[in-house]
Design a protein around this ligand. Structure first.
Ligand code: ATP
Ligand code: MG
Length: 254
């Protein structure tokens, strides 16, 4: 005879006793754009931001008393120290901004090359054959993990600022085309694209009239994938978000 399964309460130590509904948590975002488009300004409109800077591009937000800045990081150790302090020390900040991961990546690369007396470039570092790039990607992974801990344990938004570069895409089903991506080595990009809630490409709004494209001073943030640039979000955003000075285009999802 078939044995009947008696279903009572879930085991108090089991996973079923620990279920919860999806919670709204602070976001992790990457903002990509060409030079001078307004990346630093946009990040400054996140709640109570603290900037960890690897490049000195703060003129656009000079005099803003609601924005805090670490002294400019000169080494990767400075960046790690800053992140560890944000994670473990008492502070009032609600958003961590890393400005920029492109310059941070250059800094990591230089230190990898400097640490190997036989290497003149990252291609030759750690014995060559891509080993230097693997070390670079591992460091980005470590930084991304620390930022994830800050997001989760300190309840902070994390914004990575990145410079843009054009890359060739070779899909198997259509012909090759160019698109904008994040300017860091391809093996390191995943830490700031796959593993984040939103990738936004900041650009000038383009108008096409009578077949001619033109722009004004208006900026938009594109957070969904298009063939022209990297972009994604986990919030159902399907349209360009206008970026007006003084307002966070992502304010609605924070
Ligand atoms: N929404 C906006 N509309 C119009 N101008 C803006 C806007 N946001 C910023 N700007 C202006 O654009 C200029 C560059 O801003 P910002 O320094 O934030 O850009 P960035 O992308 O961080 O530049 P960089 O690549 O040099 O770091 C500043 O003069 C700023 O006032
Ligand atoms: Mg900037």
């Amino acid at each position: 005879m078939e044995e009947r399964l008696t279903i009572g309460k879930p085991d108090k130590d089991g996973f079923l006793a620990k279920l919860f509904s999806p919670q709204k948590r602070p976001i992790i975002a990457t903002i990509v754009g060409e030079g001078g488009i307004g990346k630093t300004s946009l990040a400054s409109y996140f709640p109570a931001p603290i900037f960890l800077r690897t490049e000195d591009g703060s003129q656009a937000i000079a005099g803003r008393e609601d924005v805090a800045m670490f002294p400019l990081c000169k080494t990767v150790a400075d960046v790690m120290q800053g992140l560890n302090e944000i994670l473990s020390q008492p502070h009032p900040f609600k958003t961590l901004v890393i400005d920029s991961i492109t310059q941070l990546s250059n800094m990591i690369e230089s230190e990898i090359v400097a640490a190997d007396p036989k290497a003149k470039s990252i291609n030759q570092a750690n014995g060559g054959y891509g080993a230097g790039y693997a070390t670079l990607a591992a460091k980005h992974g470590e930084i991304r993990k620390l930022c994830g801990d800050i997001n989760e344990r300190r309840g902070m938004h994390v914004v990575f600022i990145a410079h843009a570069v054009t890359e060739r895409v070779n899909p198997p089903d259509v012909s090759e085309y160019l698109r904008y991506s994040i300017r860091i080595h391809k093996d390191s990009i995943q830490h700031y694209s796959d593993n984040v809630d939103l990738v936004g490409f900041l650009k000038l709004k383009t108008y096409v009239t009578e077949g001619k494209a033109s722009t004004t001073d208006e900026r938009v943030l594109t957070c969904y994938p298009t063939p022209a640039h990297i972009g994604k979000n986990r919030f159902g955003i399907k349209q360009d978000l206008p970026f007006v000075e003084g307002q966070n285009p992502l304010g609605g999802i924070l």
